[in-house]
Design a protein around this ligand. Structure first.
Ligand SMILES: [Mg+2]
Length: 245
């Protein structure tokens, strides 16, 4: 990507950027990882098919993550949470085996970590924005250790003037303090900033309430859900659209 493609006339002073599923493709491999892990694990479960194990885990995952309070607590200790979810799913199938639950949960996360990848064009976009003088803040929910490990692994700290990790900051999106802290740190008013991410509530709706321009990252091109109460100012399918003509 060349500087020529960046139209700085249309760029703000500051952009608040989400990490998971915005810079790194975090959940793109999720289903396939579960399929593979269930395939292996079902061999140790008499009379249970991989599909049955997958369905049991999927149902318990849906239930667990659908509640905001459970989500908040669970994401700060992700591996333990997954192990607990698997343990309950195994119990649903008639198996009481904490050891197997741990084995499945850990294998799943190891596989997810292995397949984690940057979205195409993400680094080039961060670099282009930086060259154009746009200051960047990363706002990421989750525990300090895994989030910092991703930042280090993909060597992206260099593009950010401010990084807010929920586990370090003590609050996560959509708490207004997160956005306000980043805006204060970079010395701009909300109207001078954009916020972009894949979570409609955390990355778009909450910052828009403060006056920030909200951009929804929709990499799978699923489109805005019909019942969405959040109406983004803009929708992109890739970060690189921010710097395209
Ligand atoms: Mg995200």
């Amino acid at each position: 990507m060349t500087d020529k493609r960046v139209n700085s006339m249309h760029l703000p002073r500051v952009i608040l950027i989400d990490l998971d599923d915005t810079i790194v493709d975090d959940t793109g491999s999720l289903r396939q990882c579960w399929v593979e892990v269930c395939e292996q694990a079902a061999a140790n479960l008499n009379g249970v098919t991989p599909d049955q194990l997958f369905a049991a885990v999927d149902a318990r995952r849906d239930w667990f993550w659908s509640d905001p309070a459970r989500h908040r607590e669970g994401r700060l200790q992700l591996r333990e949470t997954t192990v607990r979810i698997v343990q309950v799913a195994l119990a649903d199938l008639g198996f009481e085996s904490p050891a197997l639950a741990r084995d499945i949960g850990e294998s799943y996360h190891d596989l997810r970590d292995e397949r984690l990848a940057l979205f195409p064009g993400a680094i080039e976009t961060l670099a282009a924005l930086q060259r154009q003088g746009v200051r960047l803040a990363m706002l990421t929910n989750g525990a300090a250790k895994p989030q910092r490990a991703k930042i280090q692994r993909f060597d992206i700290e260099r593009y950010f003037d401010c990084i807010v990790v929920e586990g370090e900051f003590g609050a996560g999106k959509p708490d207004p303090r997160v956005y306000e802290y980043a805006l204060d740190t970079l010395g701009v008013r909300p109207e001078e900033a954009w916020c972009i991410g894949d979570n409609l509530d955390w990355d778009v709706g909450a910052p828009m309430k403060l006056g920030v321009y909200g951009i929804w990252h929709d990499p799978l091109k699923t489109g805005l859900p019909a019942d969405s109460t959040v109406k983004p100012d803009r929708i992109v399918h890739s970060l690189s659209e921010l710097v395209a003509d």
